[in-house]
Write a protein that binds this ligand. Sequence first.
Ligand SMILES: Nc1ncnc2c1ncn2[C@@H]1O[C@H](COP(=O)(O)OP(=O)(O)O)[C@@H](O)[C@H]1O
Ligand SMILES: [Mg+2]
Length: 280
Amino acid sequence: MQAVVCSQTSKVFYERKAATGGQKGRSLWGLNGIRAKKTPVWAVRDVTFAVSQGEIFGILGTNGSGKSTLIRLIATLLLPDRGKLSVYGHDVVTDPMSVRRLINRVSVDAAFFKKLSAWENLSYASRLYGIGPRAGYERARDILKSFGFNEDYLARPVENLSRGMQQKVSIARALLTSPMLMLLDEPTTGLDPKSKAEVQDFIREVHRDSRPTILLTSHDMKEVETLCDRVAIMNEGRIVALDTVEELKRAHTRTCDGASLEDVFFAVTGEDWEEAMSDE
Ligand SMILES: Nc1ncnc2c1ncn2[C@@H]1O[C@H](COP(=O)(O)OP(=O)(O)O)[C@@H](O)[C@H]1O
Ligand SMILES: [Mg+2]
């Protein structure tokens, strides 16, 4: 069975823009009283792909390409406007509860009660997940021990831990529910190179240890190259390429000898990766 099946999935948002000269987000009304025009933004557009069980699948794209929206659709936090989307055979629209039981999502910013310790946050999460404090504590301890966490760190307020450490605790928290599918939305964005490498190792260990299917988004080409079995390149809401990094490069060596992932990105989007990234 496939872990995720997306078929022609689309999500549209309506951005309100004032009809005449009004500032974005300032008012729902234009300056001369005409109701602001709603402009459709197709955050995810006709996306079709499948993720196999146990795979580490990467979604690579610049800011605004639709990665988080796609993750939120899979996580049942948003409803698709078109198309079908299922997780382990459960439809996200008709059976969201079953989907929620199988997944856990880690977003860009590890969201914690910053004044509480990592332990307290984990035990709160266990209660929230209905695991019970004792079982939750034991599970959290096992997870963190197996990844070589120093217990001293876990007693400190989360705000005193490095962002890399916080992100690891956040991934450990997601593991409390033994998810079949982990959705990691830019798990290493904003981390310094050392913490980034540590979190990547951590993701590898988690995968080796409990074999969840992992769907991760990133705008770090090296990260998807080293971590993911297959990669989908997303641009303006669409998936414009999908394969193993090796195969993507091989397919483009015809047009560009010894193609890098940047070359592939340029070939499929017509945009220069460095420029697209620096525009943000
Ligand atoms: N809740 C929302 N309301 C309106 N527009 C949104 C919303 N969420 C995302 N968008 C728009 O959808 C597009 C894709 O955003 P997002 O999925 O966050 O991209 P990424 O995660 O790749 O940076 C962007 O143009 C963004 O402005
Ligand atoms: Mg995002």
